[in-house]
Design a protein around this ligand. Structure first.
Ligand code: URA
Length: 418
């Protein structure tokens, strides 16, 4: 295989064959194909696209670049969910224990925040003692005893994706549906779950800004997953406004606990039930989504899902005190309530502005080496459709001190439209 001939073929709109794709990914992972040739191929794919078959081969080659976790022979069906990323998206924290309480085994490998979007791993690390870096053996042992485990990506899981993602990030080749599909799917397939549900976010603060693009990605993910032998389903959900009333890390863990106890904001509970229902139907636990949602709602309301969450936290070294006492989570040095400048009904809460503010309060990273302030963020956020009076708080901003919060108060007011 001559790398430049493969690049030229894709540049001219050709369809790559299996041997070409596999050799390219193997060479890139091993370092025999240099980054400039991989970058050129990524750009050719960006412009010319890939067929489903090419995308499936690319996904499979990237998945096989590292370790594969196997749950063959396990008594429980295995299932997982992937979200393409949003503001206030704490769904995984409730979904994994809820699905486990219903009888699934959930091996979940999560990521850190990317840009303004939050990451499940950063949220979990606000829990004192919680270890996100388990070995594969320990990960499987926790799933076996508790039903679910949430950890971070290891260096040995789909290393081709790690290398290619970093390259795409600096070569303008991130927003390509075949490349995004292969990137997400290679990691999720290596994790070993039989069923996969995708939450493709659509809106101002999402990768996919339009319903057409979100649908194209959802279809690509589900088709490629099926081509590689997994059961898949997808939901396209709103990311114009944040999910729930909190955005940050510790504040989102808190809201997750409220939801696990049967409370929490209506949108957060509804999406948790919907996505978990899809997983349990694919896994054969319930016959259809409506039956599943009714049964799952009971597992939230009777405390069963919260109990699984508590056991997962303990099994991963975390102190579960925060489940009964929110003050056991990291606390901000300063909180400022933002009064509404007028009375009216909230028409929109701009998720992109909220995401940017949370990042600058310390809840996200401006450089990869930045450390996160787990207590920083926004809570008590108003939601679309709510009536507020003049002077009533629209949200509360949390950070280490007042000087960190003050520059963002004007933008925070602009995030709310009446
Ligand atoms: N998330 C990923 O893991 N990969 C992409 O390419 C985009 C989002």
């Amino acid at each position: 295989m001559v790398p430049q001939w493969v690049i030229e073929k894709k540049r001219d709109g050709g369809i790559l064959d299996e041997a070409e794709i596999r050799a390219f990914i193997e060479g890139f992972t091993a370092g025999t194909i240099p980054e400039y040739q991989m970058a050129a191929l990524a750009m050719a794919i960006y412009f010319k696209g890939m067929t489903d078959e090419e995308t499936a081969i690319l996904t499979d080659a990237m998945m096989r670049s590292g370790d594969l976790i196997s749950f063959d022979g396990w008594p429980r069906p295995t299932a997982d969910k992937h979200s393409t990323g949003g503001i206030g998206d704490k769904i995984s924290l409730m979904l994994a224990p809820l699905a486990a309480a219903a009888g699934l085994a959930v091996p979940m490998i999560s990521g850190r925040g990317l840009g303004i979007t939050g990451g499940t791993l950063d949220k979990l690390e606000s829990i004192p003692g919680y270890d996100t870096r388990l070995s594969v053996g320990r990960f499987k042992a926790v799933i076996e005893s508790v039903g679910c485990s949430i950890i971070g990506q290891t260096d040995r899981l789909a290393p081709a994706d790690k290398k290619l993602y970093a390259l795409r990030d600096v070569t303008g080749t991130v927003p390509s549906i075949p490349l995004i599909t292969a990137s997400i799917m290679s990691k999720k397939l290596a994790e070993g779950a039989e069923s996969l549900v995708f939450d493709v976010k659509c809106g101002r603060a999402a990768f996919m800004r339009t319903p057409e693009k979100a649908r194209a990605l959802a279809e690509s993910l589900t088709r490629v997953g099926r081509a590689l032998g997994r059961k898949t389903d997808a939901l396209i959900t709103d990311m114009d406004q944040p999910l729930g009333r909190t955005a940050g890390n510790a504040v989102e863990v808190n809201e997750a606990v409220e939801t696990l106890k049967g409370g929490g904001p209506a949108d957060t509970r509804a999406l948790t039930l919907e996505l978990t229902a899809m997983m349990t139907v694919l896994g054969g636990i319930y016959p259809d989504r409506e039956t599943a949602k009714t049964a799952l709602a009971r597992l939230l309301d009777n405390g069963a899902a919260c109990e699984v969450f508590r056991r997962m936290v303990e099994a991963q070294g975390g102190d579960p005190a925060f489940i009964d006492d929110p003050s056991a989570l990291p606390q901000p040095g300063c909180t400022v309530e933002l009064p509404s400048p007028r009375a009216g009904t909230v028409e929109a809460v701009d998720a992109q502005i909220i995401g940017r503010i949370v990042l600058q309060l310390g809840g996200g990273r401006q450089a990869v080496t930045d450390t996160i302030d787990p207590a920083a963020g926004i809570d008590r956020l108003v939601q679309r459709g709510e009536r507020v009076e003049k002077g009533q708080p629209l949200m509360r901003l949390l950070a280490k001190d007042r000087a960190t919060i003050e520059p963002h108060l004007a933008a925070a007011t602009q995030a709310i439209t009446f």
